[in-house]
Design a binder for this molecule. Structure first.
Ligand SMILES: C[S@@+](CC[C@H](N)C(=O)[O-])C[C@H]1O[C@@H](n2cnc3c(N)ncnc32)[C@H](O)[C@@H]1O
Length: 228
């Protein structure tokens, strides 16, 4: 699972010679630490690792030497630091994997798009929940003591972007609970839902329309689409 995510990220970094990697929602660094890129930026309100682990990870992967860590919610990061940080060097690639709720993920994507270079890419995790239980709200998941796999309703963010942003291409790879791919190319195919409709959709609606709503593609499509 995480291996597919890591591989895909590293493949596009290598092929396109991307330098700036941003990860929103880093948790234990299972993806962040192994990624090799010249400039790496981690954002999470609560890293589950300390300075000692960060230093140890430099020995395994030298690109962690210059990594920068922002222990705060992504909204604060974008308000306080992104302008300065990306003034001269835009974001090449971003993994959006923070709070898995429609509006949160949407803000993360739209804020990142603001700093993303023209040929850059955003990868969103957890866009294709396979069960209703995995698609519950954060509040419900918290009340269940964080039990079971949780994807939240990031799938609604995909519907929103495909309906309201006519300047970007959005599709979801059918791997790893759904990897949403967002880039600055005019879309071939769009949706026409309003935010109010999207908010009211249920998991059953998604299950009935999964393929079309998510613009679901096999993993090979990613490699073809970006000429990798
Ligand atoms: C699923 S984990 C990330 C996993 C990681 N990207 C990986 O691939 O191994 C989600 C993370 O999002 C973080 N998070 C929650 N709310 C956030 C927010 N508002 N801004 C940024 N990160 C947030 C959580 O603390 C948690 O560490």
């Amino acid at each position: 699972m995480a291996d597919e995510r890591k591989q895909l990220i590293q493949d596009i970094i290598n092929k396109k010679k991307y330098t700036t990697y941003l990860e929103i929602g880093v948790f234990a660094g299972g993806v962040f630490f192994p990624v090799r890129a010249k400039r790496k930026i981690a954002v999470d309100p609560e890293f589950t690792f300390g300075k000692f682990k960060r230093r140890k990870k430099i020995l395994k992967n030298l690109s962690n030497l210059n990594a920068r860590y922002y222990e705060m919610p992504s909204d604060d990061f974008f308000n306080q630091h992104a302008g300065q940080l990306f003034k001269d060097n835009a974001v090449d690639i971003c993994l959006v994997d923070g709070m898995h709720e429609y509006e949160y993920a949407l803000r993360d994507v739209e804020n990142t798009l603001h700093y993303l270079q023209q040929d850059g890419v955003i990868i969103m995790h957890d866009c294709n929940p396979q069960t209703a239980a995995a698609a519950i709200s954060f509040e419900e998941w918290k009340n269940k003591n964080y039990e079971g796999n949780w994807n939240g309703d990031v799938w609604k963010t995909i519907l929103h972007l495909r309906s309201l942003r006519k300047d970007i291409t959005v599709f979801v790879l059918d791997v790893d609970y759904g990897l949403g791919i967002v880039c600055k190319r005019p879309p071939e195919d769009t949706l026409s839902f309003t935010p109010a409709q999207i908010r009211n959709f249920t998991y059953d609606d998604l299950a009935k329309n999964r393929q079309q709503w998510l613009n679901l593609k096999p993993i090979e499509y990613f490699y073809r689409f970006f000429n990798l």
